[in-house]
Design a protein around this ligand. Structure first.
Ligand SMILES: NC(=O)c1ccc[n+]([C@@H]2O[C@H](COP(=O)([O-])OP(=O)(O)OC[C@H]3O[C@@H](n4cnc5c(N)ncnc54)[C@H](OP(=O)(O)O)[C@@H]3O)[C@@H](O)[C@H]2O)c1
Length: 370
């Protein structure tokens, strides 16, 4: 049986769901793919559980998932210990052709992933941050293994990052298929935030901006500080990953971001920010009404076209895929040479630990079976 050993960085919602799915699919992977996915190390921000044998056993894996759900630190785990150097963990635990899986939300893993690739390992990212740092980091992460095909920048030999845009939805894979066929991609437009989709749907239904943001906050749809969602930076990272996927050489600073609150509200405490939300109600009501007057609807859109990335509220045709979107779904329109006037559309749940972990697992299988 073929073996693809794994080292997991980040055992939060996605990392834990991934561990459960790997264990639950062992028989399926063995029978249908002749593939075994042993886990060699699990790491959180300052600890790790590592084996120097064949694999961490499944009982321990489940126990670590429970331990992390109870907010435990792997540094304190009975089979774990402190770690301050993820690259050293990979050096100690790594076996030939290991796949290092980044389910953290930190830029700090970028040098670790590059070190893993330098040791001929492979990498899967759910974490957008390393791919939205300097262009050089993106190039080195995505083009690793190209030494023998130096001029073939789209032959992604050893890295996958499908879940960084639209979680489990096959957005990057679709983009790569379009590019491989030579179909010119003229415009990508998408709604990439379930939280902002919820807010825009509420506005469209006539709710005041303040009420819909408070509701999203109360339901846990936003980050503890809702400005982390409303600012649009997470959507901008996804737009940048798609633009870079097109071959454009852009930085995060090149993405024109319009957030859903003004700069002067950035310095306030969360409570003060929530109290001040009604001051934005009239302006959003006016935007919704202005869009409706021209047969349009307001959406939070990432647009990648003509060499530019823009992220922000935009009036879109009511009778377009984005215009039909309701609620927290993600949706991506690919406008291409063949897909016009009707774009190629991908829509569905664009978040959630299980859907994301399933996308990560598919990436792992794609690399393992390559
Ligand atoms: N959840 C989704 O729906 C979704 C969808 C698509 C993509 N993603 C991406 O998937 C990633 C994981 O999301 P999540 O919801 O699982 O996040 P999470 O619950 O916050 O878990 C993050 C994990 O990363 C660990 N971590 C943070 N910094 C680290 C570092 N420097 N070194 C090692 N470990 C570190 C944390 O360690 P501690 O446990 O010690 O804090 C934690 O275990 C994020 O990048 C997110 O953007 C998530």
């Amino acid at each position: 049986m073929q073996r693809a050993p794994l080292i997991l960085l980040g055992i939060g919602g996605v990392g834990s769901a991934l561990i459960r799915q790997i264990v639950q699919n062992r028989a399926h992977h063995a029978t249908d793919y002749d593939l075994e996915l042993p886990i060699l190390a699990l790491c959180d921000r300052d600890g790790a559980v590592v084996t120097l044998r064949d694999a961490i056993d499944d009982a321990t894996l489940y126990e670590v998932v429970d331990f992390k759900a109870r907010k435990g630190r792997l540094a304190d785990h009975s089979q774990g210990g402190p770690q301050h150097d993820l690259a050293a963990v990979i050096d100690i635990a790594g076996q030939p052709d290991t796949i290092v899986v980044d389910c953290t939300a930190s830029e700090a893993t970028a040098p670790v992933l590059l070190a893993a690739l330098a040791r001929k390992h492979r990498v899967v990212l759910a974490n957008k941050k390393p791919l939205t740092m300097q262009q050089e980091v993106y190039d080195r992460l995505t083009r690793a293994g190209d030494t023998e095909t130096r001029h073939a920048p789209r032959r992604f030999h050893r890295t996958r990052w499908e879940t960084t845009c639209g979680a489990g939805l096959p957005v990057i894979a679709t983009l790569n298929r379009l590019l491989a066929s030579g179909d010119p991609v003229t415009r990508i437009a998408g709604a990439f935030s379930g939280t902002l989709g919820f807010v825009m749907s509420g506005l469209q239904a006539g709710q005041p901006f303040s009420a819909v943001v408070r509701e999203a906050h109360r339901l846990g749809y936003t980050e503890p500080d809702p400005r982390d969602d409303l600012g649009g930076v997470d959507v901008a990272r996804k737009a940048l990953i798609l633009a870079r996927g097109l071959g454009w050489r852009l930085a995060l600073e090149d993405v024109a971001i319009t957030g859903l609150y003004p700069a002067e509200m950035a310095a306030r405490s969360v409570a003060e920010f929530m109290d001040a939300l009604p001051s934005l109600d009239a302006q959003f009501r006016a935007q919704v009404e202005a869009a409706a007057a021209s047969g349009k609807v307001l959406r939070y859109v990432a647009a990648i076209a003509d060499g530019r990335c823009t992220v922000g509220p935009a009036a879109v045709e009511a009778n377009s895929p984005l215009g039909h979107l309701r609620g927290a779904d993600n949706l991506v329109e690919f406008h291409t040479g063949w897909y016009q006037p009707t774009p190629l559309v991908i829509q569905g749940r664009g978040a959630g630990a299980d859907a994301t972990a399933a996308g990560v697992l598919s990436d792992i299988l794609e690399l393992a079976l390559k």
